[in-house]
Design a protein around this ligand. Structure first.
Ligand code: HEM
Length: 182
């Protein structure tokens, strides 16, 4: 869902405004430089090595869908398909330097520090509310070709589901939650 949201501008706007700004920050700028992403492939490998395919089916399907949406958005926004990283002669498997991770954080205004779980959840809910209100006003536009069918309907509920899950948890365990703040 977040791929659909972040990729919801037109290819013209992406080419005229978004991509030049990203490449001005660094000509090889890549989503793979996100520190949050760095642990994901290794974590997936560990989980896949430990559990049977039947148990992993929902995770496998979610990872495949995520990849399909990513490539659908990429194909819509950059029809020739080449990422900045690859255009700059780099390879996705290259080691990412601390400076590149730092640049990614600086570009997106990410400040990393330890927060309590309530602080984390509050940030998540606030950010999801901002996305949901933006989508309510502006819509997501047409779905990019190749986007999995299940993302083409009920897009907003999929995005706000984590906030609803947290609200339900809060309602059932308010005391435990309160202890965490003291
Ligand atoms: C618009 C929002 C976008 C987001 C949030 C995003 C995010 C990411 C992330 C987190 C990664 C690293 C993990 C992975 O490989 O899945 C990545 C890699 C990649 N993305 Fe995107 N991406 C976006 C748009 C695009 C576009 C428009 C293209 C088209 C060129 C693209 C092409 C790629 C490629 C080829 C990779 C592999 C590493 C690289 O070559 O940089 N992505 N992206």
């Amino acid at each position: 869902m977040l791929f659909l949201y972040t990729g919801s501008c037109s290819p013209e706007l992406y080419a005229a405004v978004v991509r030049p700004r990203i490449s001005a920050a660094h000509p090889a700028f890549s989503g793979a430089w996100a520190r949050d992403y760095a642990a994901v492939p290794a974590a997936l490998r560990v989980v896949r090595g430990r559990h049977p395919a039947s148990l992993l089916a929902p995770l496998t399907s979610a990872a495949r869908d995520n990849q399909r949406v990513h490539m659908a958005v990429a194909g819509k926004l950059v029809p020739n398909g080449a990422s900045l990283l690859q255009q700059a002669g780099r390879h996705p498997a290259d080691i990412i330097s601390a400076a590149e991770h730092d640049l990614y954080d600086a570009y997106f205004g990410v400040h990393r520090r330890l927060v309590c779980s309530l602080g984390y959840e509050a940030q998540l809910v606030r950010r999801l509310a901002q996305c949901a209100s933006d989508i309510t006003v502006h819509g997501l536009g047409p779905n990019p070709d190749g986007c999995p069918e299940r993302f083409t309907h009920d897009a907003l509920p999929l995005l706000t589901a984590p906030a609803e899950y947290l609200a339900a948890q809060q309602a059932t365990t308010p005391l435990l939650r309160k202890e965490l703040t003291t």
